[in-house]
Write a protein of this length. Structure first.
Length: 192
Protein backbone atom coordinates (compact mmCIF):
# COMPACT_ATOMS: atom_id res chain seq x y z
CA UNK A 1 0.00 0.00 0.00
CA UNK A 2 1.23 3.48 -0.83
CA UNK A 3 2.00 5.08 2.49
CA UNK A 4 1.02 8.48 1.08
CA UNK A 5 -2.50 7.31 0.18
CA UNK A 6 -4.97 8.87 2.56
CA UNK A 7 -7.95 6.56 2.01
CA UNK A 8 -8.54 3.07 0.70
CA UNK A 9 -9.79 4.54 -2.57
CA UNK A 10 -6.53 6.44 -3.08
CA UNK A 11 -4.51 3.22 -3.12
CA UNK A 12 -5.72 2.22 -6.59
CA UNK A 13 -6.43 5.69 -8.03
CA UNK A 14 -4.79 6.21 -11.43
CA UNK A 15 -2.30 9.03 -11.76
CA UNK A 16 -3.40 10.08 -15.25
CA UNK A 17 -6.12 12.78 -15.18
CA UNK A 18 -8.98 11.29 -17.25
CA UNK A 19 -8.75 7.75 -15.87
CA UNK A 20 -8.53 9.27 -12.38
CA UNK A 21 -11.71 11.30 -12.97
CA UNK A 22 -13.49 8.22 -14.33
CA UNK A 23 -12.28 6.26 -11.30
CA UNK A 24 -13.62 8.94 -8.93
CA UNK A 25 -16.97 9.03 -10.75
CA UNK A 26 -17.25 5.24 -10.55
CA UNK A 27 -16.51 5.34 -6.82
CA UNK A 28 -19.09 8.07 -6.22
CA UNK A 29 -21.74 6.10 -8.11
CA UNK A 30 -20.70 2.84 -6.47
CA UNK A 31 -20.89 4.42 -3.02
CA UNK A 32 -24.39 5.72 -3.71
CA UNK A 33 -25.52 2.30 -4.93
CA UNK A 34 -24.00 0.60 -1.87
CA UNK A 35 -26.05 2.88 0.40
CA UNK A 36 -29.14 2.24 -1.75
CA UNK A 37 -28.69 -1.51 -1.32
CA UNK A 38 -28.15 -1.13 2.42
CA UNK A 39 -31.37 0.91 2.60
CA UNK A 40 -33.31 -2.11 1.41
CA UNK A 41 -32.34 -3.92 4.62
CA UNK A 42 -35.11 -2.17 6.52
CA UNK A 43 -37.27 -3.09 9.47
CA UNK A 44 -40.20 -0.82 10.25
CA UNK A 45 -40.85 -0.23 13.93
CA UNK A 46 -44.58 0.10 14.65
CA UNK A 47 -44.08 3.09 16.95
CA UNK A 48 -41.63 5.13 14.85
CA UNK A 49 -41.46 6.65 11.36
CA UNK A 50 -37.72 5.86 11.35
CA UNK A 51 -36.94 2.34 10.12
CA UNK A 52 -33.99 0.27 11.29
CA UNK A 53 -31.69 -0.03 8.27
CA UNK A 54 -28.13 -0.88 7.32
CA UNK A 55 -27.82 2.60 5.75
CA UNK A 56 -25.84 4.19 8.54
CA UNK A 57 -23.21 1.46 8.39
CA UNK A 58 -22.96 1.91 4.62
CA UNK A 59 -22.78 5.72 4.85
CA UNK A 60 -19.97 5.63 7.39
CA UNK A 61 -18.02 3.02 5.45
CA UNK A 62 -18.42 4.93 2.19
CA UNK A 63 -17.09 8.06 3.86
CA UNK A 64 -14.14 6.29 5.43
CA UNK A 65 -13.26 4.32 2.30
CA UNK A 66 -13.70 7.07 -0.27
CA UNK A 67 -12.68 10.14 1.72
CA UNK A 68 -14.48 13.37 2.48
CA UNK A 69 -15.19 14.71 -1.01
CA UNK A 70 -16.01 11.46 -2.78
CA UNK A 71 -17.99 10.25 0.24
CA UNK A 72 -20.11 13.40 0.41
CA UNK A 73 -20.60 13.35 -3.37
CA UNK A 74 -21.76 9.73 -3.10
CA UNK A 75 -24.39 10.76 -0.59
CA UNK A 76 -25.50 13.69 -2.76
CA UNK A 77 -25.81 11.27 -5.69
CA UNK A 78 -27.82 8.91 -3.46
CA UNK A 79 -30.17 11.74 -2.46
CA UNK A 80 -30.48 12.84 -6.07
CA UNK A 81 -31.38 9.32 -7.16
CA UNK A 82 -34.11 9.17 -4.54
CA UNK A 83 -35.43 12.63 -5.31
CA UNK A 84 -35.91 11.81 -9.00
CA UNK A 85 -37.92 8.74 -8.08
CA UNK A 86 -35.49 5.83 -8.03
CA UNK A 87 -36.45 3.46 -5.17
CA UNK A 88 -33.23 3.92 -3.21
CA UNK A 89 -34.52 5.10 0.15
CA UNK A 90 -35.45 2.73 2.99
CA UNK A 91 -37.52 -0.24 1.81
CA UNK A 92 -37.72 1.09 -1.75
CA UNK A 93 -39.18 4.49 -0.95
CA UNK A 94 -38.50 7.37 -3.32
CA UNK A 95 -39.42 10.92 -4.22
CA UNK A 96 -39.36 14.38 -2.70
CA UNK A 97 -42.33 13.69 -0.42
CA UNK A 98 -40.40 10.90 1.32
CA UNK A 99 -37.16 12.93 1.37
CA UNK A 100 -38.93 15.83 3.06
CA UNK A 101 -40.84 13.59 5.46
CA UNK A 102 -39.92 12.65 9.04
CA UNK A 103 -36.66 10.95 8.03
CA UNK A 104 -35.46 13.75 5.74
CA UNK A 105 -33.05 15.13 8.31
CA UNK A 106 -31.33 11.76 8.62
CA UNK A 107 -30.94 11.67 4.83
CA UNK A 108 -29.33 15.12 4.89
CA UNK A 109 -27.17 13.93 7.77
CA UNK A 110 -25.74 11.24 5.51
CA UNK A 111 -23.87 13.90 3.53
CA UNK A 112 -22.36 15.44 6.66
CA UNK A 113 -21.54 12.02 8.13
CA UNK A 114 -19.78 10.77 4.99
CA UNK A 115 -17.79 14.00 4.74
CA UNK A 116 -16.78 13.98 8.41
CA UNK A 117 -15.92 10.28 8.53
CA UNK A 118 -13.98 10.65 5.28
CA UNK A 119 -12.08 13.66 6.58
CA UNK A 120 -11.14 11.78 9.72
CA UNK A 121 -10.01 8.78 7.65
CA UNK A 122 -7.89 11.12 5.50
CA UNK A 123 -6.19 12.17 8.71
CA UNK A 124 -5.43 8.63 9.85
CA UNK A 125 -8.39 7.89 12.08
CA UNK A 126 -9.18 4.67 10.20
CA UNK A 127 -5.83 3.06 11.06
CA UNK A 128 -6.57 1.83 14.59
CA UNK A 129 -9.69 0.32 16.12
CA UNK A 130 -10.02 3.03 18.77
CA UNK A 131 -9.70 5.98 16.42
CA UNK A 132 -11.81 4.26 13.76
CA UNK A 133 -14.54 3.80 16.37
CA UNK A 134 -14.33 7.51 17.24
CA UNK A 135 -14.52 8.44 13.55
CA UNK A 136 -17.60 6.24 13.08
CA UNK A 137 -19.16 7.69 16.23
CA UNK A 138 -18.54 11.25 15.00
CA UNK A 139 -20.24 10.40 11.70
CA UNK A 140 -23.17 8.82 13.51
CA UNK A 141 -23.54 11.91 15.70
CA UNK A 142 -23.66 14.04 12.52
CA UNK A 143 -26.57 11.94 11.25
CA UNK A 144 -28.49 12.41 14.49
CA UNK A 145 -27.55 16.11 14.71
CA UNK A 146 -29.52 16.73 11.51
CA UNK A 147 -32.06 13.93 11.83
CA UNK A 148 -33.44 14.58 15.29
CA UNK A 149 -34.25 18.29 14.89
CA UNK A 150 -35.99 17.51 11.58
CA UNK A 151 -37.93 14.66 13.17
CA UNK A 152 -38.96 16.95 16.03
CA UNK A 153 -40.99 19.01 13.53
CA UNK A 154 -43.14 15.90 13.11
CA UNK A 155 -42.87 14.26 16.52
CA UNK A 156 -42.25 17.17 18.88
CA UNK A 157 -40.78 16.21 22.22
CA UNK A 158 -41.09 12.53 21.30
CA UNK A 159 -38.25 12.81 18.73
CA UNK A 160 -35.67 11.28 21.06
CA UNK A 161 -37.95 8.38 21.95
CA UNK A 162 -38.89 7.78 18.33
CA UNK A 163 -35.67 8.59 16.51
CA UNK A 164 -32.72 7.93 18.81
CA UNK A 165 -33.21 5.71 21.84
CA UNK A 166 -34.50 2.58 20.05
CA UNK A 167 -31.51 2.69 17.67
CA UNK A 168 -28.57 3.06 20.06
CA UNK A 169 -27.84 -0.66 20.53
CA UNK A 170 -27.95 -1.35 16.79
CA UNK A 171 -25.80 1.69 16.09
CA UNK A 172 -23.22 0.49 18.61
CA UNK A 173 -23.02 -2.84 16.77
CA UNK A 174 -22.70 -1.14 13.36
CA UNK A 175 -20.00 1.21 14.63
CA UNK A 176 -18.04 -1.67 16.14
CA UNK A 177 -18.23 -3.66 12.89
CA UNK A 178 -17.03 -0.73 10.81
CA UNK A 179 -14.31 0.22 13.29
CA UNK A 180 -12.95 -3.33 13.33
CA UNK A 181 -13.09 -3.72 9.53
CA UNK A 182 -11.17 -0.57 8.62
CA UNK A 183 -7.85 -1.28 10.38
CA UNK A 184 -8.03 -4.94 9.38
CA UNK A 185 -8.45 -3.90 5.75
CA UNK A 186 -5.43 -1.60 5.98
CA UNK A 187 -3.32 -4.47 7.36
CA UNK A 188 -4.51 -6.69 4.51
CA UNK A 189 -3.56 -4.07 1.91
CA UNK A 190 -0.13 -3.61 3.47
CA UNK A 191 0.54 -7.37 3.36
CA UNK A 192 0.17 -7.46 -0.43
Amino acid sequence: MDRHATTYADVLRPTVRWPALAYDAALVLGGSLFVALAAQVAIRLPFSPVPVTAQTLAVLLVGALLGSRRGALSMLAYLGQGLIGLPVFAAGAAGPVYALGPTGGYLAGFVAAAYLTGWLAEHGWDRGIGTALLAMLAGNVAIYALGLPWLSHYAGAQALALGLLPYLAGDALKLALAAAALPAGRRLLRSR
